[in-house]
Design a protein around this ligand. Structure first.
Ligand SMILES: [Zn+2]
Ligand SMILES: [Zn+2]
Length: 388
C-alpha cells in the first residue's frame, strides 16, 4: 500500500509528462479495482494518504497546476496548459474525498482563484468550447468542492458565480446527443450531489432557492433516465425533503411558485420515497390548502443523527482508519453502519487529515505518518474553520 501511495505521489509532484501519466495509471487501476469491500476501503485509504502526503504537498501542487493561469509569477504557456489539462482529469476523482478537497483549498487566495477558474470553465461550456467530458469533469469537481467546503460555498455566493446557464445547457437534449453515456451519467450524478449538498447546508439553502438552483431538481426529475443510478432521483428527493422541512426554506419555496414547476412531474414524485406518497407530501407542504392540512405539521427530525449521516454519505469516498491493516471498516454490514463507524474515527490532532479507530492504530501508523504530518504547533492542514 505504501508503495502505491509513494508512486502516485511522486508522479503527481513531477513536471515530467511520463511521470504524471505513470501516476495516473496507478490511480486509474485503483479506481477501476473496487469489487469487494476490502478493495473499496483500500482505495479510500490511498486517497486519504495522498491528501496528507508530505504536509499536503500533492494536493497543493495539483491546485497550483490547475490555477497557474492566475499566478502572475508564472508564464502560462503550452506546458502549463498541458499540466492544467491533466490535473482537471485527476482532481475530480481525488476530491470525492472530503478531506482531499479541503486540503486543496488551503493556501492564500486559492478559493477565490478556484471560483474564477470555474467561472472560466462555465463560460467555455456555454460557448461550446468544452467537450462533454470536460463539462462532466467540471461539474464533478464543482460538486465536490461545494460539498466539502463552507468557505467555497460562501465564496461562490459572494463572487456571484452562476453555474445555472451552463447547467441548463448541458441538460438540454442537443448537447447530450454528442456525449457518451458514461459522461451523461457522471454529469447527472454530480449535479444531483451538488443539489443535495447545498440543500443540506444551512449556509446555502435559501440561496439555492433564490438563485434558481431548485430548477435543476425539476430538470433532473423531468429528464430522468433509464440508466440513472437510483442515486440521482433519491438525492433530488432528499434535497426536496430537506427544503420543505424547514420553515424558512418552505416559505421561500411557496413564494417562488415552485409547485407549478413540479406539478407536471407528479408521477415521478409519486415513485419518490418508498412507503410514502411523496407527491402528496410535497404538494401538501407547498400549498396552504385544506388538502395540505394533514401535512402541515409534518416536520423532519433534522437534528437526528441520520441527517448528519446523509450529509456525509454524499461523498463517494468515505473516511477510513489510516492504519493500512485496519479491518474495522471491512466488516460493517450496511452503509449506515459504515457511516457510523466513520463518524466515530478521531482525527490526527496535528494535521487533521489522518483518521483513527483507536489509539493503537494511531501508534502503528505514526512511524510512516510522521514524515507527512505537520510539526507540533504548526497550523493543521485542514483547519477547523474549513472542516464543515
Ligand atoms: Zn483502525
Ligand atoms: Zn497527522
Amino acid at each position: 500500500m505504501d508503495s502505491i501511495v509513494d508512486k502516485a505521489a511522486l508522479g503527481l509532484l513531477s513536471d515530467q509528462t511520463s511521470d504524471i501519466k505513470g501516476a495516473m495509471e496507478v490511480l486509474d487501476n485503483l479506481w477501476l479495482a473496487p469489487k469487494t469491500k476490502r478493495d473499496f476501503v483500500r482505495f479510500a485509504r490511498v486517497i486519504q494518504e495522498l491528501a496528507g502526503y508530505e504536509q499536503g504537498r500533492v494536493m497543493k501542487k495539483l491546485m497550483s497546476n490547475w490555477l497557474s493561469r492566475y499566478d502572475d509569477s508564472c508564464e502560462f504557456g503550452l506546458q502549463q496548459e498541458f499540466l492544467c489539462g491533466l490535473t482537471s482529469t485527476v482532481l475530480p476523482k481525488l476530491t470525492t474525498s472530503k478531506v482531499a478537497a479541503q486540503v486543496c483549498l488551503t493556501g492564500e487566495g486559492t478559493v477565490e482563484n478556484l471560483v474564477f477558474e470555474f467561472a472560466r470553465k462555465f463560460t467555455r461550456i456555454l460557448y461550446d468550447q468544452a467537450t462533454p467530458l470536460e463539462a462532466s469533469l467540471t461539474f464533478q469537481a464543482f460538486s465536490n468542492f461545494s460539498q466539502a467546503s463552507k468557505l467555497f460555498r460562501k465564496s461562490m455566493q459572494a463572487l456571484g458565480l452562476n453555474p445555472l446557464p451552463p447547467i441548463h445547457k448541458v441538460l438540454a437534449g442537443e448537447y447530450l446527443k454528442q456525449a457518451s453515456e458514461i459522461d451523461i451519467f457522471a454529469l447527472r450524478e454530480s449535479l444531483a450531489r451538488m443539489i443535495e449538498a447545498l440543500s443540506l447546508s444551512g449556509d446555502s439553502r435559501l440561496w439555492l432557492i433564490d438563485a434558481g438552483y431548485i430548477y435543476i431538481i425539476a430538470e433532473l426529475y423531468r429528464t430522468r433516465m433509464q440508466g440513472d443510478r437510483f442515486d440521482v432521483l433519491s438525492r433530488c428527493n432528499i434535497a426536496l425533503l430537506r427544503l420543505i422541512s424547514s420553515e424558512d426554506s418552505l416559505e421561500r419555496l411557496r413564494q417562488s411558485g415552485f409547485l407549478s414547476t413540479l406539478e407536471p412531474l407528479s408521477t415521478v414524485l409519486k415513485e419518490g420515497i418508498r412507503g410514502t406518497d411523496f407527491w402528496e407530501l410535497v404538494k401538501g407542504k407547498l400549498t396552504n390548502s385544506k388538502d395540505g392540512q394533514k401535512f402541515r405539521d409534518f416536520t423532519l427530525p433534522v437534528t437526528h443523527p441520520a441527517w448528519k449521516n446523509f450529509k456525509r454519505s454524499v461523498f463517494s469516498t468515505p473516511v477510513v482508519c489510516s492504519w493500512k491493516e485496519c479491518e474495522a471498516m471491512e466488516y460493517t454490514e450496511s452503509m449506515l453502519e459504515h457511516l457510523e463507524h466513520a463518524s466515530a474515527l478521531s482525527r490526527c490532532g496535528r494535521c487533521g487529515v489522518a483518521r483513527y479507530c483507536s489509539q493503537k492504530h494511531q501508534k502503528l501508523h505514526w512511524p510512516s505518518h510522521k514524515r507527512h504530518c505537520v510539526s507540533k504547533g504548526e497550523k493543521p492542514l485542514v483547519p477547523i474553520s474549513l472542516a464543515e
